[in-house]
Design a binder for this molecule. Structure first.
Ligand code: KG4
Ligand code: ZN
Length: 343
């Protein structure tokens, strides 16, 4: 079984092809970074138009990379939400058009489910597992019991963790997207340089909060500008390292609490979503998993950030269970994991 996946919910046009032996046949990601960089964030209207400009070429490139034609594909999966609606419509209409013309099954994929199931493709993780879903728009801890079967344990009460990385990177003048740039800058910094708060540390449950941390970074940065007239490279590196450490400590504490909330043993602790590309965070989470006596898994960085492979894989998992969608399914800007169709 070979699935084609289309991802257009944010600022990456991703086309992926996977098969049921867990082989990745193609992974084409056309990033719109440059189009949005001058605005310091993603502009929805620009994103939608850019997807439309490149999606056809990306599809051809993916088929070429795989050495396949559309006649070799058994099903078409596309992200139909949650995300920026203009972009979601571009990918889902493209997917529906191919499915209609070729007479193929169409699978409407929830973007979060695509992130959540990726470690089953990359690490063959078995259900049930504890999942940290950490991206630019989401920050949740979930028990994944099966395809479409998600139990939310905790979520952020304000900013998502990727949003915290992005906003702090902007304060530090590092650019967008902030996560990778903070991780890079932190390599030359001292994680103990600034005593930043560890939001929610020790609190009952496993909800997150990051807005206080962002405010702390802003206040210290503003004071530094008043004092020195600018943010020095040494300041930026030290702050990036301190921020990354504070986030890692906070997320590790929340994850440990999530283990206490589980009502069944899990096979693994899994991190997914763009922020799971952060190696310092992953090293910290690996320790949490080890303390709990379970394996830790996170996809390689290029499968943590948005891509079409994860959509193709989620489509494959759903198609194997007979979860096919009709072509009149809509695009959903908001679509919590708990609302996914299971049968
Ligand atoms: O999953 P994703 O590509 O898109 C969303 O669905 O949001 O996640 C993007 C987020 C951005 O906030 C970005 O700064 C963050 O993931 N990110 C990282 C790293 N790479 C991407 N955060 C921390 N460290 C990284 N290496
Ligand atoms: Zn994502």
């Amino acid at each position: 079984m070979i699935l084609l996946g289309l991802e257009t919910s944010c600022d990456d046009t991703g086309i992926g092809i996977v098969d049921d032996t867990r082989a990745i046949r193609a992974n084409i990601v056309a990033s719109q970074l440059q189009a949005h960089q001058i605005y310091g964030g993603v502009v929805p209207e620009i994103a939608a138009r850019a997807h439309l400009d490149v999606i056809d070429g990306a599809l051809n490139a993916a088929l070429q990379e795989a050495g396949l034609g559309l006649g070799d594909i058994d099903g078409i999966a596309a992200t139909t939400g949650p995300g920026l609606i203009g972009g979601v419509m571009v990918g889902s209409m493209m997917g529906k058009a191919i499915a209609a013309v070729r007479g193929l099954p169409f699978i409407a994929v929830n973007h979060l489910e695509a992130h959540a199931l990726t470690p089953r493709l990359t690490d063959n993780v078995a259900f049930p597992y504890l999942l940290l879903l950490a991206s630019g728009g989401h920050c949740q801890l979930l028990l994944v019991r099966g395809v479409g079967d998600y139990h939310l344990l905790g979520r952020t009460m304000d900013d998502a963790v990727g949003e915290c990385f992005d906003k702090c990177a902007k304060i530090l003048g590092l650019g967008y997207p902030g996560g990778p740039l903070v991780e890079q800058a932190a390599k030359n910094g001292n994680p103990q340089a600034f005593a930043l708060p560890r939001p929610m540390l020790g609190r009952a449950g496993c909800d997150f909060s990051f807005s206080g941390l962002k405010t702390a970074v802003r206040t210290i940065a503003q004071d530094a500008v008043v004092k020195n007239g600018e943010l020095t490279p040494a300041f930026v590196s030290d702050m990036a390292a301190s921020l990354q450490q504070a986030i890692a400590d906070s997320v590790a504490d929340r994850a440990a609490h999530a283990f206490d909330m589980l009502d069944m043993p899990v096979t693994a602790f899994v991190a997914a979503g763009g922020v799971a590309a952060n190696q310092v965070l992953c090293a910290r989470l690996r320790r949490v998993a080890a303390q709990q006596g379970v394996a830790f898994a996170a996809p390689p960085p290029k499968l943590c950030t948005d891509n079409g492979v994860m959509v193709a894989w989620a489509g494959l998992e759903r198609m194997r269970l007979g979860l096919i969608d009709t072509l009149n399914i809509g695009a959903r800007p908001r679509w919590p994991l708990e609302e996914i169709r299971k049968a």
